[in-house]
Design a protein around this ligand. Structure first.
Ligand SMILES: *Cc1c(COP(=O)(O)O)cnc(C)c1O
Length: 402
């Protein structure tokens, strides 16, 4: 058959859009077009000898328990690995279990973690509160200047953890510069890439060792299911990451893996449309007299605009803004919107607005919030798939009520 000689049989030769539709697909004997949901927990074996060989890892590719081996979960992992340019991946029940595994799998008591202090609330809890309980100390730094990481490194630093753009202020961390610092100290760089998505930023290519996602966000992209994924080298993923997942079990259900598989088929067109709209909304807000400042990585007013252009291909699907008049003005703006919904989620087809100071970051003191740029007037908008002009009209009306 001439088809077997077609170079496009190698999925690595395909572009991202094609990989996300076909990559990782494994068909059953029925040759189904859409990926099948293998909703089973265990597997039966042809003989006792086969079972013994399987548990001795002598049968490559065989499955023994869906906590760590399931065809639907593997299709999702393999598709994401292709997109990311990673050797291997493991899926998780949530973004938080993915991050917790990525961090915990690389440290033990007596080790030290350096992290940027602008982190998603749960991630900051893991680094700042949870890890020290088990003898892993941590130092949080202002991530905008790579020198701060260099200064915080110690002999026992094993992990550097960052998120860029950061939640909720969309500040950036220079991934390549921090990767060089981490490598020079023998530490692993872990990047939470939720805000950029793999469409806009590729941390592994910039020197990161592990990249994590909350698949709940843009990967599902339609507000349906929780999920997470960690990607990196075969050595790290098939080694410590796999062992911790296998033995502690924060596993993605096959049904949610299937939702994620279908979600990523449209990831490129969704992120492109959402980013284009976000840029338009940013332009509109930047010029509005009731807005103090906006934060959008590809807007020339962003203090790290040059870095944004260097490490991202576009400016993200989120926009942060500070409305004049503080908390009252921020509440009035949010409460006057008809299309944009009040919700702390992000990456959804529906545009969502959140007031971080009283929701996602309410547990921090005012001082810690201000240090992270979370002022009383700060709002974060996750731009969805609605018509950009409708979103601008919605914001224009809401601002008139402030
Ligand atoms: C949502 C989010 C997480 C946590 O993911 P869940 O799927 O909600 O557990 C981690 N990091 C970032 C940046 C997020 O936005």
């Amino acid at each position: 058959m001439s088809k077997s000689n077609n170079p496009l049989n190698d999925p690595k030769k395909l572009s991202a859009a094609t990989q996300l539709v076909h990559g990782g697909t494994r068909r059953s004997e029925f040759n189904e077009t859409s990926e099948a949901i293998f909703m089973n927990s265990g597997y039966s074996y042809p003989s006792s000898q086969y079972a013994e060989d399987l548990f001795l890892n002598k049968i490559p590719g065989a499955h023994n328990y869906s906590r760590f081996a399931n065809p639907t979960m593997e299709m999702f992992q393999n598709r994401m690995a292709l997109l990311e340019g990673a050797e291997a991946a493991r899926a998780f029940a949530t973004g938080m279990s993915a991050v917790t595994n990525a961090v915990m799998s690389q440290v033990r008591a007596g080790d030290h973690i350096v992290a940027a202090r602008a982190l998603f609330g749960g991630c900051r809890y893991v680094v700042e509160d949870l890890m020290p309980r088990f003898g892993v100390s941590s130092t949080l730094v202002d991530g905008r200047d790579p020198e701060n990481f260099a200064r915080a490194m110690r002999e026992n630093t094993k992990v550097v953890f960052i998120e860029t753009p950061t939640n909720p202020t969309l500040e950036l961390v220079d991934i390549a510069a921090v990767a060089r610092i981490a490598r020079a100290h023998g530490a692993k760089l872990i990047v939470d890439n939720v805000f950029a998505t793999a469409m806009l930023q590729k941390p592994l290519q910039l020197g990161a060792d592990l990249v994590t996602y909350s698949a709940t966000k843009h990967i599902d992209g339609q507000g349906r299911a929780l999920g997470g994924i960690v990607l990196g080298s075969k050595e790290l993923i098939d080694g410590d990451v796999h062992t911790l997942l296998r033995q502690t079990g924060p596993s993605l259900s096959p049904f949610n893996a299937w939702i994620m598989l279908k979600g990523v088929e449209t990831l490129p067109i969704r992120v492109k449309a959402m980013t284009e709209s976000a840029a338009k909304v940013a332009d509109f807000l930047a010029d509005h007299p009731k807005i103090e400042r906006i934060s959008y990585p590809f807007h020339p007013s962003h203090p790290q605009y040059e870095l944004a252009k260097r490490q991202m291909t576009s400016g993200s699907t989120l926009v942060a803004l500070e409305v004049k008049g503080g908390r009252d003005a921020a509440f009035r703006l949010s409460d006057s919107l008809a299309v944009i919904l009040i919700s702390n989620n992000l990456g959804d087809a529906k545009s969502l607005i959140t007031h971080p100071g009283t929701t996602t970051h309410a547990r921090f003191t005012e001082e810690v919030r201000l240090e992270a740029g979370i002022t009383p007037g700060l709002l974060r908008i996750s731009i969805g798939l609605e018509d950009a002009d409708d979103l601008i009209k919605d914001l224009d009306y809401a601002l008139s009520q402030v």
